[in-house]
Write a protein that binds this ligand. Sequence first.
Ligand code: FNR
Length: 381
Amino acid sequence: MRSMHCIEDLRKLAERRVPRMFYDYADSGSWTESTYRANSDDFGKIKLRQRVAVDMTNRTLATTMAGQRVAMPVAIAPTGLTGMQHADGEILAARAAEAFGIPFTLSTLSICSIEDIAAHTSAPFWMQLYVMKDRAFIERLIERARAAKCSALVLTLDLQILGQRHKDLRNGLSAPPKLTIKNIANMMTKPRWCMGMLGTRRRGFGNVIGHVSGVDDMGSLSAWTAQQFDPALSWSDVEWIKRRWGGKLILKGIMDAEDAKLAAQCGVDALIVSNHGGRQLDGAPSSISALPGIVEAVGKELEIHMDGGIRSGQDVIKALALGARGVYIGRPFLYGLGAGGQAGVARCLEIIRNELDITMAFCGHRDIRDVGRDILLPGTF
Ligand code: FNR
């Protein structure tokens, strides 16, 4: 992985190594993908102030996110089907995050289960929850997260219904993939991926199969998930989940200051400014452009995190300068995973850490907790 110098290098390698259906699943947004593109493009518009002749020795990136000590203010975002980018993908990514001292967030729709992650790591991880109609399933998932000693619950609010991704429809996305001639032909060009999959038994939705009655084959599972997301989700459900969980609660998918105020009234620990990586409402603003308004509305009351479009340490520092306590990365770690398994995720984190560290120094700071708007060029944000 030493020849990988930036996240784009990892992306290109992942594109070569991961079957088309799963690469496209990661590297796409909804409808015209305008929000997906804006997420990263808008970071480029913000300019940093270069400072010189300041002491750059003894730098630190350590801080806290939702009360948890982190080696740098970057967490792994929850992503569904991660175990399809690489065999046992969630376990490998969680291990890489643990080695780096940053939080790993497991998706409800992961391939490896909560129990798999707990068995293969020792640091507490975070669990992401989708609100399903089947409240008994949610109760069980919360209990399983508690038993696995998850240290925070990340409740995703922006997927009551699914945004359409054209590529997934064209590719007939399913996990494991259906063995059509087209899929077999494509997989035969990805021998590493195939060998990995043959070596694992984890190929279905690990948090669901065996935990929901009547779901034991992939056909009925996809029907189940499509039916299960709750379009009637309301703030009273958030309060119900908060009561049942009783631990640290982070709300994910807030893009509007009015919603941020309602989230603050629920007494949650943090919220994530996120448009789901441009996978839900196409036409929504980029996360980085929505961040300042939300920080202004509720930043004094609760911690603000953000995700969407982060592809470098420079992007991380811009988000921090605009008031985020920490950020999450989705596709960058998926590219790392597809490119090189655990070593690829570690390389992704290394790249971002080094870029963040050096950029902080160029901007005249030695402690990431001191970074504020003063590092940004006025008129560019
Ligand atoms: C996601 N995201 C997501 N979010 C969530 O709360 N639960 C999930 O299961 C998923 N699944 C998922 C799959 C894939 C392939 C992607 C790319 C994203 C959204 C994710 O947590 C995060 O918000 C975005 O990925 C952030 O944008 P970047 O970093 O990918 O640009």
